[in-house]
Design a protein around this ligand. Structure first.
Ligand SMILES: Cc1cc2nc3c(=O)[nH]c(=O)nc-3n(C[C@H](O)[C@H](O)[C@H](O)COP(=O)(O)OP(=O)(O)OC[C@H]3O[C@@H](n4cnc5c(N)ncnc54)[C@H](O)[C@@H]3O)c2cc1C
Ligand code: FES
Length: 1318
């Protein structure tokens, strides 16, 4: 193609503005382009791999075949800008703004309390906006589908609300599906979209113009060509056979960004008509290879609705899988051809299409050929039989026939938006009107490097009748057909093999039922076996809340106790809320990319950065030598290094960093540095290994009450056991990072940083720079989630960035990639609890002796405090007269673990709940009965000798059982279980007592600074940090009450060490308690000063009083301070007032499990929580729900996998699953206990940030009950071990049956596992 026919200018639109990019970089994704070049920062980076939805935008393109503009949601992080020629992009800023008018979707999510930290709110807004743009009257299922991409956030609940306005005045209780949805604008799309119509026309024109031209973009590393037509494409393909054909970029993109693959040439065939056409023929439908999965889904749906059911069995099987394959954003761009040719056995479609006998048309310059999609098509992972000059033109999917049956199966870690662990496609054809197998086709994905055909199974069963004998023979043969080494990548081999048999059984049952419906004589199906067939339906969760309305005597102007909207909600919904990485770059700003260890325990022999520093854009390499102050820091009993000096003690330890003009340049340099290591021993990672090596951090902790030994002598029964609880990744949506700005004078450094503990960051940075703390100022506007992960580790990252800024004299930004964040910053500690418990036959526990081991990793961090909290919570709500707990923190060669919401409390309580569960099973009593028997019922001393009044805890427990109709539902569940063999239900209720405040008393302090300006406006600065919990909103409510002015006159700009020094971390659920009192104190001081003026001038307005006060030289600025309780524990004596008070509650959850696949569905959860007099019920409910959902992830879903070499394998949302919409119970009811109070905290409220994480264990125990029911059907009774999290793998393997028995577990020690439980 001559250069005349080439276009090198990229033209597209962003929010109606035409962009002409003359130097389009093929490696540049829309996300970074929007954020850095267009300066639209509402679109966020959360993972960079299409897994979190934070970067969702709407893309509008012209579809020449339909002659219309097509609007779809897409992940900007995977969308190459070069693909945007002629397209229009709409971002969250383009649809509404607080400065003009909010789009109704933005308004709705804000007003319905749908935004907490707000980091992924713009992404959700754009998902919903695009949905409404295409379909103004969506169904609940459309909405649910649109939100699948957005994991964890309870913010999701906001969208489904019935938007019932509620009248909160005058009533004692307010109940609503979602609080405070009032005054929302009617959904009207037109005004906000007017420009879209204009752009649509322009997009069409542009697209028509580009038709004749090859588009070609070039960077220093990559050339991108978009061919004009098919012959142009085939010519390019034969010239550049190595070049990937890039359409959706959902496979190539992650390979380039996350795995470092480089392709010097990329061919983008998105415009080729033949690749995008859909043709319906006589025997089926032919899809062009570049059809998006959404287009395929839509077309199959149409065909299913229009054609006879008999013809569409293959389509239906595909649709079933397509409905849970990835998220809409991915399906909108990912192509059918890309899915096949990525040749990844985890991808779902190949097994179905192979079983269904689909054919592929391949073309090259030399001609075309048609081949069968089967196991022979795939020659290895990522490899196919395609010749280098060939491309896939189309895929033909046949209609099904009368005696043919097709099914698809998949099981993943999470039911939706997760790669399958095993997928399968199965087809059987019968001799007409018989149950005799004419042909059988079974394919599995995920059980080897390529697609696996159960060859012998398929061959040997031909001619056999479809009856039970065939099933067992099939299982025996399939067991041989699927050879999976216990060391195979991905691990879980026993589970995978069991799944292959479970799927076979499900297929057998499905077909049997169909044959029966077709009047073919087959074996009768026991009715309880039908439960094998019913798939779990995903439902839209409904939240129901109740809380106590404020007294009618309270002034309407007083906002305390009212569900006021989060102060930043509107800015969060419009993308205007500024997070640290949204701050525009300062002139000359550089980027720091950290270099980390690849060895778990090794001596650093040499670091050669010479080649890397000479790369373009690289400014310098940073290491321990560049630290102007102290590289080493004393932390309790341990010394911690900023940059590793002589040796490394974990994979992921920071060794140095590259500073470059851009992030990409710094990253590329980091990939080139040469570090030589000499491996050291020992090396171990697990708690068990640490116990063998007696490798523990000091100090060991112990708490004891009563005489445990003596009690063991007297009890009826003794049980011994253990429970392991895996760790958890924080997965805050905003990754850790900082901007360090050297001020150029006196060593001053300003840091714009996402930290929960600004004073600690300041202290560590000052020590690193060798300056006094008064030279370092930390500014914290807000955090995109913290969960405890941004207390300690961020100080290290900030110190590295400050060192770089000091060395270069320029501002330095450091923003961790999601993968690096997960690798470097640690998470929740895995715990192992070993216990011995003595009890009487009625279930009363008289003695328990528990030893806790946690995996601290390679440095101490807060591990010993976390262990202390576990011990202090080991009694949960139970009065066990003789109780002993010992806590040991294991020192291993893993990245150091750190604080995480709950801070050891959930682990401590989990063990005692496990003990109770086991005692109940042993005594053949319902677990709630044993809980009830052992509960604190009247005022008593806890095991650490703190007085505890359990009245409200018991009320929560009783109300929870009542509100959840626990006893009736339990009976219903027994009934259900008796009639269903392969689905079982379980229910569990658990009480909670959670200590609030720091047990290190000195942290229990809060400070604030309040300024009143001459115009009467008020600025509040406090020592807490806003991370979504709504502390700023609550502080404004407090100031508003004391100053008696509207909330709108009060502003909080940021938290800053220069304004409020030495603040305690926003942690321990104590933020509001501490700074609330301080804000109150400051405001009261001001009011006292103003009082004489107010008294003398009662008719004045607030502004007039202030003016007068100013003229009278009265100071309008005051500090406030709160000296909190002097908590402390004497660990020698094992006693002390550890907490200020306790927040209590109870939770009940019901689940259903699929015994054959290990899948589970959360059915309903009821929470009753005592939060005292809630300052803001909407925020508190958000914290309760959010904590519960995070706990649900902890106890059932989230699994960190480490290789036997200590390398974290789960480094992004594709491998590590946090809860998504499908995990939230369809009924999630939250009730705030009425008529309670708390004399200890601000306005009688209670801290609520952390406690409810523990409630996730109700799902775990409900699952355990359901498994027990399944085991009973297999003739197994009594307790059985179940470690947390209760993943599909654990559930399936615990539901012992004939299938699991056909899969013998590999002998431990005879193979190297893919991953180890640490
Ligand atoms: C977050 C996420 C979740 C996902 N979840 C799932 C899931 O649950 N199940 C599942 O099955 N998949 C899943 N996927 C994978 C996704 O379906 C595939 O990545 C997608 O279908 C590939 O299509 P693409 O157009 O994006 O391919 P690209 O990345 O553009 O290309 C992929 C490969 O296919 C080749 N190729 C593409 N078209 C042709 C052609 N016509 N001729 C020759 N070669 C061609 C390219 O050369 C390249 O090597 C997920 C992906 C992501 C990012
Ligand atoms: S940042 Fe794009 S999906 Fe996570």
């Amino acid at each position: 193609m001559s250069s005349n026919n080439q276009c090198n200018e990229l033209i597209f639109y962003v929010n109606g503005t035409r962009i002409i990019e003359k130097n389009a970089d093929p490696e540049e994704m829309l996300l970074s382009y929007l954020r850095k070049k267009v300066h639209l920062t509402g679109t966020k980076y959360g993972c960079g791999g299409g897994g979190c939805g934070a970067c969702t935008v709407m893309v509008s393109t012209y579809n020449p075949f339909q002659d219309r503009v097509h609007h779809f949601s897409a992940n900007a992080c995977l969308f190459p800008i070069c693909s945007l020629y002629g397209a229009a992009v709409t971002t969250v800023e383009g649809i509404g703004s607080t400065k003009t008018r909010l789009h109704p979707v933005q308004e709705r999510i804000a007003k319905a309390h749908g935004s907490q930290c707000g980091f992924c709110t713009p992404g959700m807004v754009m998902s919903m906006y695009t949905l409404l743009r295409n379909n103004p009257e969506p169904t609940m299922e459309d909405i649910r589908e649109g939100l699948t991409a957005h994991p964890r956030c309870l913010c999701l609940l906001a969208f489904h609300s019935d938007s019932l306005p509620v009248n909160r005045t005058g009533t004692v209780f307010t109940t609503s599906p979602r609080m405070l949805i009032e005054d929302t604008t009617e959904l009207s799309l037109d005004s906000a979209l007017s420009w879209v119509w204009v752009v649509s026309a322009v997009v069409m024109l542009l697209a028509q113009k580009q038709g004749a031209q090859q588009l070609c973009f070039q960077s220093d590393r990559i050339r991108w060509i978009s061919p004009v037509d098919l012959s142009d494409l085939l010519e390019l393909r034969s010239t550049y056979p190595e070049a990937p054909l890039l359409v959706g970029n959902t496979n190539v993109g992650p390979n380039m960004k996350l795995k470092g693959a480089i392709y010097p040439m990329i061919i983008a065939p998105g415009r080729i008509a033949e690749l995008s056409t859909v043709k319906e023929g006589e025997d089926g439908i032919t899809f062009g290879a570049a059809c998006s999965l959404t287009a395929v889904k839509d077309e199959l749906k149409r065909a299913v609705s229009e054609l006879a059911a008999e013809k569409t069995k293959i389509f239906q099987a595909l649709l079933q899988t397509l409905s849970c394959l990835a998220a809409k954003q991915i399906r909108n761009v990912a192509t059918l051809g890309g899915n096949i040719l990525s040749a990844n056995p985890k991808y779902d479609l190949n097994s179905i299409m192979a079983a269904a006998g689909c054919t592929l048309t391949l073309v090259s310059k030399g001609g075309s050929r048609e081949i069968q999609l089967n196991e022979e098509f795939f020659t290895g992972f990522g490899k196919t039989v395609l010749r280098p000059d060939e491309i896939l033109l189309s895929v033909h999917i046949f209609y099904s026939r009368q005696w043919e049956f097709v099914s698809a199966f998949r099981q993943a870690q999470r039911r939706e938006f997760a790669f399958s662990i095993v997928n399968a496609g199965m087809k059987v054809v019968f001799k007409e009107e018989t149950n005799i197998v004419d042909s059988l086709s079974i394919f599995y994905g995920g059980v080897g490097p390529t697609l696996v055909r159960a060859r012998r199974t398929c061959q040997e069963l031909v001619g056999r009748p479809w009856e039970e004998a065939l099933l067992w023979e099939a299982c025996r043969l399939a067991g041989d057909d699927v050879c999976l080494s216990p060391s195979a990548p991905g691990g879980r081999t026993e589970f995978k093999k069991t799944l292959t048999l479970s799927f076979l059984f499900k297929f057998y049952m499905q077909v049997l039922l169909k044959l029966k419906e077709m009047d073919v004589c087959v074996t009768d199906l026991p009715p309880e076996y039908l439960s094998a067939l019913k798939a779990f339906e995903n439902e839209m969760p409904q939240g129901y809340h109740s809380y106590q309305a404020v007294s009618s005597a309270q002034s309407l102007e007083d906002p305390i106790g009212r569900p006021t909207v989060h102060q930043s909600a509107f800015k969060q919904a419009t993308g205007e809320a500024v997070y640290y990485d949204d701050i525009p770059s300062i002139d000359g700003e550089l980027f720091l990319f950290l270099v980390t260890s690849t060895r778990p325990h090794a001596k650093i022999m040499s670091i050669d950065a010479s080649e890397a520093v000479s790369m373009p854009g690289v400014v310098t390499f940073l290491s321990t030598k560049d630290v102007p102050g102290n590289n080493r820091r004393q932390w309790l009993t341990e010394v911690e290094e900023l940059f590793a000096e002589e040796k490394v003690t974990c994979v992921g330890q920071i060794i140095g960093g590259f500073v470059a003009n851009t992030r990409e340049e710094a990253k590329r340099a980091a990939e080139r540095v040469k570090i030589k290591y000499e491996d050291l021993s020992p090396v171990f990672f697990t708690i068990e290994e640490a116990i063998q090596h007696q490798s523990f951090f000091k100090p060991e902790r112990k708490l004891e009450r009563g005489n445990v030994e003596e009690a063991f002598e007297k009890v009826d029964c003794i049980l011994e056991g253990e429970i392991y609880m895996g760790g958890q990744e924080h997965f805050y949506m905003e990754t850790q990072g900082v901007i360090a700005v050297p001020k150029g004078e006196d060593g001053e450094m300003h840091l714009f940083v996402g930290t929960q503990h600004a004073a600690y960051t300041q202290e560590v940075v000052a020590a690193t720079l060798g300056v006094d703390a008064n030279k370092v100022t930390c500014h914290v506007k807000r955090l995109g989630g913290g969960f405890g992960g941004k207390v300690m580790k961020i100080a290290v990252i900030a110190s590295a960035a400050a060192t770089a800024a000091h060395k270069t004299g320029r501002s330095v930004r450091c923003v961790l990639d999601r993968g690096d964040d997960m690798l470097i910053t640690g998470g929740r500690h895995p715990f192992l609890g070993k216990y011995k418990v003595g009890f009487s036959k009625d279930g009363t526990i008289l003695a328990a002796d528990i030893t806790y081991y946690s995996n601290g990793g390679s440095t101490l961090d807060e591990s010993s405090f976390i262990m202390e909290k576990a011990l202090l919570h080991m009694d949960n709500c139970y009065k066990i007269p003789n109780l002993r707990g010992r806590g040991l923190v294991c020192k291993t060669y893993l990245p150091s673990n750190t604080a995480f919401r709950g801070f050891g409390g959930p682990q401590g309580m989990m063990v005692i709940e496990s003990v109770l569960h086991e005692v109940a099973a042993k005594c053949s009593l319902p677990a709630e009965k044993v809980r009830d028997i052992n509960m604190y019922k009247e005022e008593a001393y806890t095991h650490h000798r703190q007085l505890f009044e359990p009245r409200d805890m018991v009320r929560c427990w009783e109300e929870c059982l009542k509100k959840s109709a626990y006893h009736n539902r339990r009976l219903g569940i027994e009934e259900f279980n008796a009639h269903n063999r392969w689905k079982k239900r379980g229910i569990s209720a658990v009480p909670l007592k959670f200590g609030i405040g720091f047990s290190k008393g000195f942290f229990n302090q809060g400070a604030a600074l309040v300024h009143i300006y001459k115009d009467g406006s008020v600025l509040v600065i406090h020592g807490g940090t806003e991370m979504g919990q709504g502390i700023n909103t609550k502080m404004i409510q407090v100031a508003s009450r004391v100053l008696q002015i509207p909330m709108s006159s009060i502003h909080i700009s940021e938290s800053c060490t220069g304004s409020v020094p030495n603040a305690a971390p926003s942690a321990a659920s104590f933020g509001t308690d501490a700074v609330g009192m301080a804000v109150k104190d400051a405001c009261e001081k001001l009011m006292k000063r103003l009082e004489p003026i107010m008294r003398e001038n009662p008719k004045y307005s607030w502004a007039e009083w202030i003016k007068k006060a100013y003229c009278e030289k009265i100071s309008l600025s005051a500090t406030g301070f709160f000296m909190g309780p002097h908590t402390s524990v004497d660990w020698e004596k094992g006693e002390g007032q550890a907490y200020f008070y306790f927040t209590c509650g109870a939770c009940c959850s019901e689940v259903e499990i699929d015994c054959l696949t290990g899948d589970h569905k959360n059915i309903r959860t009821d929470i009753v929580m005592d939060v005292g007099h809630s300052i803001n019920p909407a925020l508190d409910v958000g914290q309760i729900e959010g904590g519960f959902v995070q706990g649900l992830g902890l106890f059932t879903l989230e699994e960190l996998k480490f290789s036997p070499e200590g390398v974290l394998l789960t480094r992004g949302p594709s491998q590590y699953k946090i809860p998504a919409l499908c995990d939230i119970p369809p009924q999630l009811n939250t009730h705030l206990l009425a008529d309670t109070s708390n004399p200890h905290a601000i306005y009688c409220s209670k801290g609520i940030g952390e406690p409810t994480v523990f409630f996730g264990c109700t799902i775990f125990y409900a699952i355990k009950e359901a498994i027990a029911a399944a085991r009973k059907d297999s003739g197994l009774s009594g307790n059985f071990p179940l470690n947390s999290p209760a993943t599909p793998e654990k559930i399936r393997l615990a539901c012992v049956d004939r299938f699991t028995q056909m899969v013998p577990a590999a002998e431990p020690g005879t193979f190297t596992p893919w991953a180890v439980d640490v």
